[in-house]
Design a protein around this ligand. Sequence first.
Ligand code: MTE
Ligand code: MO
Length: 385
Amino acid sequence: MHHLPRREFIGQGGAALAALAFFQSRVAHAFPTRAGEKVIKWLDQLPPNPVPEVIKNQLVWEDLDSWVTPNDRFFSIAHFNRPVIDESKWKLEISGLVNKPTALTLADIKARPRQEVTFTVECSGNTGLPFFNGGIGNARWAGTPLAPILKEAGVLDSGIEVVFWGADKGEIKRADDVKFTQNFARSMSLADAMDPKNILCYEMNGTPLPPDNGFPLRLIAPGWYGIANAKWLQRIDVRDQRFENRFMGRDYVTLREEDHNGETVWVETSVGRARLKSAPARVTHISNDYRIVGAAWGGPIDRVEVKVDDGPWMRATIDDTDKADFAWKMWSVDWAKPSAGEHTVTSRAVSTGGQVQPAMDDPIIAKKHTYWESNGQVTRHVNIV
Ligand SMILES: Nc1nc2c(c(=O)[nH]1)N[C@H]1C(S)=C(S)[C@@H](COP(=O)(O)O)O[C@H]1N2
Ligand SMILES: [Mo]
């Protein structure tokens, strides 16, 4: 069932091949590597993953050598099962508060206008848990815009919320002990759902979506944390109330202590848009020439600064070959004559609006009591011999 797009691709002949060559050359050029360099493993390697069915294929930062993450190296998260969907039996239902409820086949969706976006997806739990720092990847996603589909279905005036239902399901046990089976779902306000950047996505880096990444169809919502990008879509449901299931109102809820006029206010919010972040990816060297390479994402990046131990912040060079608003930027900084022994490496991103990625002891991180939205500065440990 995965043949059709490939045939279409070949059918487009020379233009497609030229596009592929361009794509590959961009991938090759968009990463700060040096011929003959050696990569030094971080000392702080992750402990074993206690939830191997939920989190698969974490990015190994030291292996990061391309701007686009190849599909076979892309992480995946499944909170329930990992459905294997038969495309010939599958349809996307548009239901709820719409004038014309419909069901679209994959062919219907592929016949609609194509839109692509290079977008870095990060799980909002990434770097918030000791066994999880590779919940991130950058891919070129292709699909069709969501907004015209909702428009054509005719959202009623009472519709304020759009729920994206997946085919995966599992057992829910609430704090009040009520138990039931429920499909994965995430929602957005109608205004957020209508953003022209949102696509119903069927392609990842030029191939049909891999099963683990949502085949046959997923939402791609550029600028949002991973959880919003619902996979294995089977129904889009318009409603007249805010939707508060597990993944909107219980999990993926951030709890923070905020200050309001000198008083502490505890606030719970549903995880939404991505936050400004960066991380060191790896330290490389050619004999005594050391370099720190990393990535920055989650907002329009103005600059990245890097600190070794308690030294001064050093300005990194940003690789600007690839202009994509929602994709990570690679950066590098030369590390002159590190002394032998253990060192820490920390990075921070600064947005074009002057926002600085918070330190771990910044109140916005230090007074956060859940692991979601962990965009605090990432510190890695390295031993120089
Ligand atoms: N249907 C469904 N969609 C889902 C999930 C899921 O468990 N089921 N996990 C979400 C989470 S938590 C993340 S971080 C992203 C990860 O996308 P990926 O698995 O393609 O990397 O998918 C999101 N979409
Ligand atoms: Mo996630």
